[in-house]
Ligand binder design. Structure first.
Ligand SMILES: *Cc1c(COP(=O)(O)O)cnc(C)c1O
Length: 211
C-alpha cells in the first residue's frame, strides 16, 4: 500500500463532519504531492520555517496548518501562509501573532491548545483556564479563536486516552458557539477514540506517510 491508498482508506472511513489534516512534517514535497494528487488539501507542519518553505513551493490551494509548538520569533515566517494555528499556548504568543497579522491586514484563525496529557513536556494551558484565556483573547482584533486542540498521553491505555479526550470534549461542549466550532484531537494511534469524543479535526502523519 502506498500513500494514496492509505489516505483513501482513512478518508473513506471518517464520519462526514470530521476533517483530516495530513501531518507532513519532515516529509518530502514528492510525498506531499502524492497525497495532494489523491485529493488531500489540508496539511500540518510543526516547524515554522519548514511550513513557509513548503508553502512557497507547493500548490496554492493547500491549506497549511501549524500544529506544533510555536515560538514567538518564528511567527513572522508563517503569517503569509498559514490557514489555522492549532498550538496557541500563551497570551504573549497571541500578541505577536496579532501584531504580525495586523501588519499584513489578515485575520488569523487559531485554536487554543489545552494540556490534557500526563506528560509535562506537552504544551498547552490547563483545562480550568480555558474560559479565562478565551476572555483575554477577545482584545486581539486580528485573531479569531475558532476552537480547541489537545494531545492525549502517548500510551497504550485506551481508558486513559479516552478520559483525556473526554475531558476536552466537555470543555469544548461548554464553550462552543457560532465561532468556536473546531475540536482538533486525534493522531494516527488514537484518532478513533478522539472521534468518539466529538473531535472534528484529526491530525494524521505516520498512518498516511509510513509503510
Ligand atoms: C506529529 C504530530 C501529529 C501526527 O502524529 P502521527 O502519530 O504521525 O499521526 C499530530 N499532531 C501533532 C501536534 C504532531 O506533532
Amino acid at each position: 500500500m502506498g500513500i494514496t491508498s492509505r489516505l483513501k482508506h482513512i478518508q473513506n472511513n471518517l464520519p462526514k463532519n470530521v476533517k483530516l489534516v495530513a501531518v507532513s512534517k519532515k516529509r518530502s514535497t514528492q510525498a506531499i504531492m502524492e497525497a495532494y494528487n489523491a485529493g488531500q488539501r489540508l496539511f500540518g507542519e510543526n516547524n515554522a520555517k519548514e511550513l513557509a518553505n513548503k508553502a512557497v513551493k507547493l500548490p496554492k490551494d493547500i491549506q497549511w496548518h501549524m500544529i506544533g509548538h510555536l515560538q514567538r520569533n518564528k511567527v513572522k515566517y508563517i503569517i503569509p501562509h498559514v490557514n489555522l494555528i492549532h498550538s496557541i499556548d500563551s497570551i504573549k504568543l497571541l500578541e505577536e501573532i496579532n501584531k504580525r497579522a495586523e501588519k499584513e491586514n489578515k485575520i488569523i484563525k487559531c485554536l487554543i491548545q489545552i494540556h490534557i496529557a500526563k506528560e509535562i513536556s506537552k504544551h498547552g494551558i490547563s483545562i480550568n483556564k480555558t474560559e479565562e484565556f478565551l476572555k483575554k483573547s477577545e482584545k486581539f482584533y486580528n485573531i479569531k479563536i475558532v476552537g480547541l486542540m489537545g494531545m492525549a498521553t502517548l500510551s497504550k491505555d485506551i481508558k486513559e486516552i479516552n478520559q483525556e479526550f473526554s475531558s476536552l470534549k466537555h470543555t469544548f461542549e461548554n464553550i462552543k458557539n457560532e465561532n468556536i466550532t473546531i475540536l482538533s484531537m486525534g493522531m494516527s494511534n488514537d484518532y478513533k477514540i478522539a472521534i468518539n469524543n466529538n473531535s472534528n479535526l484529526i491530525r494524521i502523519g505516520s498512518a498516511i506517510f509510513e509503510n
